[in-house]
Ligand binder design. Structure first.
Ligand SMILES: C[S@@+](CC[C@H](N)C(=O)[O-])C[C@H]1O[C@@H](n2cnc3c(N)ncnc32)[C@H](O)[C@@H]1O
Length: 214
């Protein structure tokens, strides 16, 4: 039951539009970087902004910076004093993101850490109000396990690509990333510490939060 193109166009047209800054980031990314399809768009970005706004996030952690679109979107929804720590493993990609951060006052709210995300997470105490997991798919379970103990009581973990273009439900698809995403989705659903909803937004975005004691 995929959304058809007209529905998606309508959804985008009825979502707050990208700021000139985010439009510029998107254009530069398409011009300068390989794999521009890794970029978030107005729907993913809008959902992330809603979580940052609703949790009044003081600290956001992003795993997978790329060119900085989602970092800047989340930074724009922070209350005064809030910050985004964003992790990127590739120095050349990080340089593009840094340029985008430096071009805006929002950049002052963003702390870009270059290196394997798992090491950066280990060095952070939290508590994280919003965590956005959007890096190497085989690392998702480790990222989830390492951020969950540092999640604020009312925090939300948002995980991108959980539908993986439909490959997670195609038995003929057996790449390492596809298997990792299937296992990740099953692991989260079975985890008694948390509750989750897998939203068919973009490439699949799962929101996860601490289970409330009843
Ligand atoms: C899908 S892109 C992120 C897109 C970005 N969040 C956005 O919405 O515009 C994934 C990024 O994660 C980075 N990455 C991959 N493995 C990583 C790792 N182990 N640690 C940190 N970053 C990593 C990649 O270099 C890439 O830039």
């Amino acid at each position: 039951m995929a959304h058809d193109d007209r529905e998606l166009q309508y959804a985008r047209a009825h979502s707050t539009t990208d700021s000139p800054l985010l439009r510029g980031v998107s254009e530069t990314t398409h011009r300068e970087l390989e794999c521009p399809q890794m970029l978030s768009d107005v729907l993913d970005g809008g959902l992330l902004m809603a979580f940052v706004h609703a949790t009044r996030a003081a600290l956001v952690l992003e795993i997978g910076t790329f060119s900085g679109y989602s970092s800047l979107a989340m930074a724009s929804a922070l209350p005064p004093g809030g910050r985004v720590v964003t992790c990127e493993i590739d120095e050349a990609t990080a340089a593009v993101a840094r340029r985008h951060f430096d071009s805006s006052a929002l950049g002052e709210r963003i702390d870009l850490r270059v290196g394997p995300a798992i090491d950066t997470i280990a060095a952070l105490d939290g508590p994280f109000d919003v965590v956005f997991i959007d890096a190497d798919k085989t690392g998702y379970r480790d990222y989830y396990e390492s951020v969950l103990p540092k999640l604020a009581p009312h925090g939300v973990i948002v995980v991108d690509n959980t539908l993986w273009g439909g490959r997670v439900l195609d038995p003929s698809e057996d790449s390492e990333s596809t298997r990792a995403l299937r296992e990740f989705n099953d692991h989260v659903l079975a985890d008694e510490r948390t509750e989750c909803v897998l939203l068919p937004v973009g490439d699949g975005m799962t929101a996860i939060w601490n289970r409330q004691a009843i």
